[in-house]
Design a protein around this ligand. Structure first.
Ligand SMILES: C[S@@+](CC[C@H](N)C(=O)[O-])C[C@H]1O[C@@H](n2cnc3c(N)ncnc32)[C@H](O)[C@@H]1O
Length: 270
């Protein structure tokens, strides 16, 4: 098993200052007391786990991910506070068998859009929470994440990328090839789902962010994003053409940054 980030891991994007800021915006809505237990669901490479631990002393974190490789990366990222963290490999869909004790909060950053059966996962989260426990999540993949002011960029990006694939790599990208289905809910859709599954919604914010070019470039090294944009194309080729297309699109449109909306939600188990 390789614990080091691969070229197309999330590591480059998760190291961006911009990414730290959007996650801090969610974590700032939460506070934890000594003795409490917080689950960092879909902890990935542990950047959010680290931020959680840095919020205060005395509470413990259970870091859960379905990928053993991501858990190894997370372990390395929280090394100095390792005594406060337990790592569990398992899926959000079976969270109650992964986290047997009742916990005070579940934080689920930048992953809920990857879940196809969201009602099941919310039910599992409810099972592991104490009454009054908090469920907090954020995502930049929801219905409404792309502001109209950035549509032109995405259109140009894809047109250029498809042209480059054909011209420089003799690959014809078939529109019929689609990425794994992901269901993007509206903010209200998430609120309705939470209420239907025994939560009171405390806060729903749509944060208008500006992604700097370095962050756009970094997300275009991440396998999940690349295969979503150009499914079926070899990953390194897809990343290279998307990066070049993004670079040219930024320059032609004279954009200093890319507007993107980030959803953040806090709900309480009632
Ligand atoms: C984009 S990363 C986000 C990592 C971290 N939460 C953050 O915000 O930086 C998504 C992570 O969720 C994990 N993941 C996706 N679906 C999952 C599931 N059904 N159960 C557990 N983990 C999951 C992936 O393995 C990946 O590490």
């Amino acid at each position: 098993m390789n614990a080091l980030p691969t070229d197309h891991s999330f590591h480059q994007f998760s190291s961006e200052q911009f990414y730290t800021s959007v996650n801090r915006s969610l974590l700032d809505l939460l506070s934890f007391r000594p003795g409490q237990i917080v689950v960092d669901l879909g902890c990935g490479d542990g950047k959010v786990t680290r931020m959680l631990l840095d919020k205060a002393d005395g509470f413990a974190v259970v870091a859960v991910d379905q990928s053993a490789d991501r858990l190894k990366e997370a372990e390395a990222n929280v090394a100095s506070a390792i005594s406060r963290v337990t790592f569990s490999c398992g899926s959000a869909e079976n969270l109650s068998s992964v986290v047997p004790a009742k916990v005070d909060a579940v934080v689920f950053c930048n992953a809920i859009h990857m879940i196809s059966d969201k009602a099941r996962v919310i039910t599992e989260i409810s099972k592991v929470l104490k009454q009054g426990g908090l469920f907090a999540f954020n995502s930049a993949f929801f219905e409404g994440a792309i502001p109209p002011s950035s549509m032109n960029f995405y259109r140009r990006l894809m047109l250029k990328a498809v042209r480059m694939l054909k011209r420089d790599h003799h690959i014809t990208h078939h529109r019929g090839v689609t990425a794994a289905t992901r269901e993007f809910l509206t903010p209200q859709g998430y609120a309705d789902l939470l209420v239907a599954n025994g939560f009171a919604v405390r806060q729903v914010d749509v944060i208008e962010t500006q992604m700097p070019f370095s962050s756009v470039d970094a997300i275009l090294t991440f396998e999940d994003f690349i295969t979503g944009a150009l499914p079926g194309v070899p990953i390194t080729t897809a990343s290279d053409v998307l990066k070049q297309a993004a670079n040219e699109s930024f320059a032609e449109l004279g954009m200093p940054s890319l507007p993107r909306n980030w959803l953040q939600v806090v709900a309480e188990k009632i």
